[in-house]
Design a binder for this molecule. Structure first.
Ligand SMILES: [Ca+2]
Length: 120
């Protein structure tokens, strides 16, 4: 009999972000710009931000809680029009050995620009 156990005490598959130029990357965990503890220069509410150097690969981990490391619905953005590339995938440095259900998956994150509308 095989016992399948997984270390669910950390986020083994973070979001990876790389900006074209040095910028601040903002993360809003629920994707709702009217909620969150902080306010960006554009007036949107967000959860955390990071200063990221040009072409640096920065990992962004889910805050949890343990066992529920979910990135669904996150909004990752800049406010200075800096283009960023995002991917989601396993981080070998944050993974555990012998974790059969800690899947080695990954994908690019497609950009969805915000709709800007106004009444002239
Ligand atoms: Ca929010």
């Amino acid at each position: 009999m095989v016992s399948w156990t997984t270390n669910r005490q950390r986020d083994a598959s973070p979001i990876w972000v790389t900006p074209v130029t040095t910028t601040t990357v903002y993360v809003d965990y629920d994707g709702i710009p009217t909620t969150g503890p902080n306010t960006d220069p554009a007036g949107n509410r967000y959860d955390v931000s990071f200063a990221v150097q040009a072409l640096q690969s920065r990992k962004i981990f889910s805050p949890g809680p343990a066992g529920f490391y979910d990135h669904a619905g996150w909004r990752v953005y800049t406010v200075d029009n800096t283009r960023i590339a995002l991917a989601w995938g396993q981080d070998g440095a944050s993974s555990s050995a012998g974790q059969p259900t800690e899947l080695d998956l990954g994908t690019t994150v497609l950009p969805f620009p915000s709709l800007v509308a106004y009444n002239p």
